[in-house]
Design a protein around this ligand. Structure first.
Ligand SMILES: NC(=O)C1=CN([C@@H]2O[C@H](COP(=O)(O)OP(=O)(O)OC[C@H]3O[C@@H](n4cnc5c(N)ncnc54)[C@H](OP(=O)(O)O)[C@@H]3O)[C@@H](O)[C@H]2O)C=CC1
Ligand SMILES: CC(C)=CCC[C@@H](C)[C@H]1CC=C2C3=C(CC[C@@]21C)[C@@]1(C)CC[C@H](O)C(C)(C)[C@@H]1CC3
Length: 470
């Protein structure tokens, strides 16, 4: 049925009573400036030839090149001058080629098309107004893409050796800037795209949290819920889903590999600490891509809009900051003793066991229902919303026990760097803050959805993340 003229013109009004998160519009402005600066700061405070905090404090020059902190900053011209000083055309071309490769691979590499979980939002067309069962389709082929890249890397090493991969270490600052150009480009595109009606002339579905009417806040939090090339549930090129697992996670593995090549070139060998970081982090990425469809039940896909925050998280923050441990070890190699190795392996195994089995338990429960054979023996409670909540197994120990497992793994990836500098511990520290905040956001969401049933659930499952601690 063709949409009527009035429906074509109608625009979803901004939420009249916006509930701001992340400190509202000032927090959003802060994120635009501070998040990129943190990524640059992690680079400038930990690099070959200059040292890493605390050794770095003693070095005389090179601290934040081109910004003189002894004089008041004149924003934004100083920031712009700094940004330009980090520009590297080769790095821009490499990062862009990587993005284009991922884009083409998404279409060319075969993969199953799966249906996601129910996605929430506001606005939308009459066809989708009842979103109690609004589900979208997604193509699953990220792991195959990684396998293709791994084969290409092996072929390159076999023919020309590690030299081409040293680029990743040596042009790291240019790669950060290139990733930020992509971040801002994608964020501006999806923000503008969210105002353009779909091919049926229908209004886009907006995220509940990103439709406040405040332009900067909506730009940062993400206005549209699931930006895709066609608003039909069957179209599979969903920009948020494409970016969620590919550039960030695959880019992280490739950057780590580049750091290992630099260590090999400089030291003539790879240390056991570098091996540990490489193997565990690659394992985490392969596991995430193997379970690609599990991402469809995460908050990022079902609830949060796609804007600067998520685009920066996935295109810049994840690959550039999560590879800090490998970058640290490329410049400051560590040989672990046997007990050090056992500590790292033990922390990783316990963390992974909790993370994967807890996420798997919830995923099976949500996907196949309480009576499926996989879920036999698990206790659950009914709620007025119609959705059931697990109260035994992992989900009976703490309300976000999966976060604890994930955090333990983060710790296991920093421990190989030893204790000479706090900087490689940036990831577990930031991650603890992110998970605590994420838990509070999810708690709020569940409280709204389940009401009194959620209070009953909280009485049954008392702990938030770590049993008997928090
Ligand atoms: N490495 C990284 O940087 C990051 C990793 N992560 C990881 O991503 C994973 C997904 O995290 P996230 O999406 O935040 O949250 P969860 O996977 O924990 O999902 C939370 C949702 O699960 C449902 N739920 C809660 N309790 C129960 C229960 N008892 N029984 C059944 N369903 C329940 C609720 O949704 P509903 O009831 O509506 O279905 C709730 O909103 C985590 O393992 C996390 O560690 C997250 C952020 C960053
Ligand atoms: C304010 C700020 C620094 C925001 C950045 C946060 C992002 C880096 C993270 C938000 C949620 C994420 C998820 C993953 C990576 C980090 C970000 C983007 C994730 C893709 C990692 C792999 C996991 O298996 C996952 C798929 C469950 C996970 C989803 C959430």
């Amino acid at each position: 049925m063709a949409p009527t003229r009035s429906l074509q013109r109608k625009r979803t009004p901004p939420n009249p009573k916006p509930e701001y998160e992340f400190l509202g519009p000032p927090g959003a402005v802060g994120m635009l400036v501070v998040l990129p600066l943190i990524t640059y700061g992690l680079y400038y405070n930990c690099r070959s030839g200059f040292g890493c905090i605390p050794a770095y404090w003693n070095s005389k020059d090179g601290y934040w090149p081109s910004i003189n902190f002894s004089q008041p900053l004149s924003m934004p011209s100083d920031l712009w001058a700094f940004f330009r000083s980090t520009w590297d055309t080769d790095a821009m071309l490499v990062y862009s080629a990587f993005m284009v490769f991922l884009f083409v691979s998404y279409f060319v590499i075969p993969g199953n098309v799966v249906e996601g979980a129910v996605v929430g939002g506001v606005g939308g067309s009459p066809l989708t107004k009842d979103r109690s069962n609004y589900k979208l389709k997604y193509k699953v082929n990220a792991l195959r893409t990684l396998m293709l890249i791994a084969a290409m890397i092996c072929a390159t090493i076999a023919t020309v050796g590690v030299t081409p991969f040293l680029f990743l270490h040596d042009h790291f600052i240019g790669l950060i800037t290139a990733s930020l150009v992509w971040t801002f480009g994608v964020s501006i595109f999806v923000y503008v795209w969210s105002f353009i009606p779909d091919s049926n002339g229908q209004e886009k579905i907006l995220a509940c949290g990103g439709n406040t009417g405040n332009k900067i806040y909506d730009f940062v939090l993400g206005r549209e819920l699931n930006p895709r090339f066609s608003a039909s549930p069957d179209s599979t090129f969903d920009i948020k889903y494409f970016i969620e697992l590919r550039p960030g996670l695959i880019g992280w593995v490739i950057l780590n590999f580049g750091m290992a090549c630099r260590q090999y070139q400089d030291l003539g060998r790879i240390t056991n600490s570098m091996f540990a970081v490489l193997i565990f982090e690659t394992f985490y990425v392969v596991d995430s891509l193997w379970n690609e469809s599990a991402v469809l039940t995460t908050m990022d896909i079902t609830t949060d809009g796609f804007g600067f925050m998520l685009a920066n998280g996935l295109l810049t923050w994840l690959p550039m900051n999560y590879s800090l441990q490998a970058r640290f070890l490329a410049s400051f190699p560590v040989d672990m003793s046997l007990s050090h190795c056992l500590l790292v392996i033990g922390t990783q195994c316990v963390g992974y066991w909790i993370f994967r089995s807890a996420n798997g338990q919830k995923d099976n429960f949500r996907r196949y229902g309480a009576n499926a054979p996989q879920n036999k023996g698990l206790k659950y409670m009914e709620t007025a919303s119609g959705s059931k909540l697990l109260i035994s197994g992992w989900w009976g120990t703490a309300r976000h026990i999966n976060y604890f497992g994930d955090w333990l793994m983060a710790l296991a990836w920093s421990l190989p760097c030893g204790f000479s500098s706090p900087l490689p511990y940036f990831y577990p520290i930031y991650f603890a803050v992110l998970l605590i905040h994420r838990e509070l956001r999810d708690e709020e969401k569940c409280h709204k959805k389940y009401g009194k049933d959620w209070d009953t659930y909280c009485e049954k499952v008392r702990w938030r993340i770590i049993p008997y601690v928090y």
